[in-house]
Each structure stands twice: as C-alpha cells, then as structure tokens.
Design a protein around this ligand. Structure first.
Ligand SMILES: O=C(O)CCC(=O)C(=O)O
Ligand SMILES: [Fe+2]
Length: 252
C-alpha cells in the first residue's frame, strides 16, 4: 500500500462507539525514532511543564477567536499530511499539534477538547503503551425527567445508556476520535503506572500487546485482572485543525 492511499476507516472502528478509530502501526519504528529525535532536539524553552506532564505546542497559540498561526516544521507536516490524506477526515490541513510527554505515573485528567477545534482528533502514540478512557460526559448520566426518583424504565434505557470505553494505545498507533466520542465523552489517562485492561475494547492480543512479551501482562487478584505496567515514557502527538485562523493580529 502506498503511504498516501486512503484507509478504509470502517475497518478500524472499535468498540460500541463507532466514532472511535484505532489504527495500529500507523508509523514504523524508524519513523518513531525520527520523531522522538526531533521532539527531544527542541530547545528546553519549547517545553511547558504542567503539574503532571510536559508539553510542546506547535502551530501557534489557540485563542477563543481562533489560531494565531505559526508554521509547523516539516518533520511534523510530514506526518500530519499523511494523517489528512489517509483518513480523509480533515477539511483542510491539520494546523495544530500538541506533544504531550508522560512519565509512567503521569496522565491527563478527563477532559473535552475545546470548541476551537474541528471535532476530529488524531493522536499518534510513541514510546510506550497506555490506556485511554472515554467516559460519557456527566450531563449524559442524568436520566431525563427523573428528579432523583427511582429509575423508571431502566430496562428499556439499558441499551441506550452510554458506557465508558477504554482503548490500549500502543506505540506507533493512531487513535482518531470524532463526532459522538468528541462531543459526548470525556477522555483521560489515569495518573498511575498500572493501567487496567478490563474495559479495553481494541483487543490487546489482536494489536500485538502479548507479542511484546508477557512482562506487561500480569495476573493479579482473583479475577486475573490484566494490566499494562507502564515502564517507560510515553509521548503523544495530538493533531487537530483549528478552522478559524487569525491572519492579522490586529484584525479580529
Ligand atoms: O496523550 C494523549 O493520548 C491524550 C492527549 C489529549 O487528550 C490532548 O492533548 O488533549
Ligand atoms: Fe484531549
């Protein structure tokens, strides 16, 4: 397959939410090394330290009123162009990339990406596996017209009730979430060096997790809980499109 051939995304939809797409091995190991090389070559001042992770911001500053753009470097556009071409999901080129670095016990609080972005997010994972959790937005938990009383027709509602979904993000993979997964769910990564595989819907075996060695899999407790032990740094590239771009600083 040519690098720019479009992918049949329906083949990669995972779990009950059809708007979660997981593409294993989107990049090769040498491409991963090259990306990591560029990321760690950036000056220290490019890193912004948060309480529980570090990040680099590429593409400019996102404001409420749009993006104050800065050109993405070629080592990033090489990958973002491929994401656009192969997914066909972005109406114009990806213009913003956030690079997050997580140590094994670091994560990101459940959150929604802001309204400034086009509602398709592509996350490329490098370095080490982690589990990302999608949880229904709290407002969806409240059964309509049920003011604290006992659930009325819970049987009928059961099928429709949005459920949490988790995905195992292996290095080299691309996660895409859009539409419902973007708007109606929060996503987050637990601040823990052990992530449970219990709710993971993209079959860990199917995506080569066991092949990495049983070291990452552990039988714990009576339920033989499967976990991923995070032993190394994970780096991710969150690739998005900010549709509104401010071409002129003084005109908005
Ligand atoms: O690192 C990840 O996989 C998630 C990053 C994320 O949610 C974000 O940058 O908004
Ligand atoms: Fe996010």
């Amino acid at each position: 397959m040519e690098e720019s051939d479009p992918l049949r995304l329906e083949d990669y939809a995972v779990g009950p939410l059809r708007t979660l797409i997981y593409i294993p091995n989107f990049i090769s190991a040498p491409e991963e090394s090259q990306l990591l090389h560029h990321i760690y070559e950036a000056p220290m001042s490019k890193w912004k330290s948060l309480k529980n992770r570090r990040l680099q911001n590429w593409g400019g500053v996102v404001h409420e009123k749009g993006l104050l753009p800065q050109d993405l470097p070629p080592w990033i556009t090489k990958i973002t162009q491929r994401i656009c071409e192969q997914t066909g999901l972005f109406p114009s080129p990806i213009n913003h990339v956030l690079i997050n670095e997580y140590l094994p016990n670091q994560g990101i609080m459940p959150h929604q990406d802001g309204p400034a972005y086009f509602p398709v997010v592509a996350i490329l994972s490098l370095g080490s596996p982690a589990v990302v959790d999608f949880t229904p937005h709290p407002r969806l938990d409240e059964p309509a017209a049920n003011n604290g009383g006992p659930p009325s027709d819970s049987c009928n509602q059961a099928e429709e009730t949005p459920r949490p979904v988790s995905l195992l993000l292996m290095p080299h993979s691309l996660l895409i979430f859009k539409d419902e997964a973007y708007s109606n769910y929060l996503h987050g990564i637990e601040d823990s060096d052990v992530h449970s595989l219990a709710e993971v819907v993209n079959s860990p075996e199917g995506i080569g997790f066991q092949a990495e060695g049983a070291a990452g899999l552990e039988a714990g407790g009576e339920e033989q809980l499967q976990v991923v032990r995070r032993r190394a740094t994970r780096v991710s590239l969150t690739c998005r499109l900010v549709p509104k771009v401010r071409r002129n600083l003084f005109k908005f």
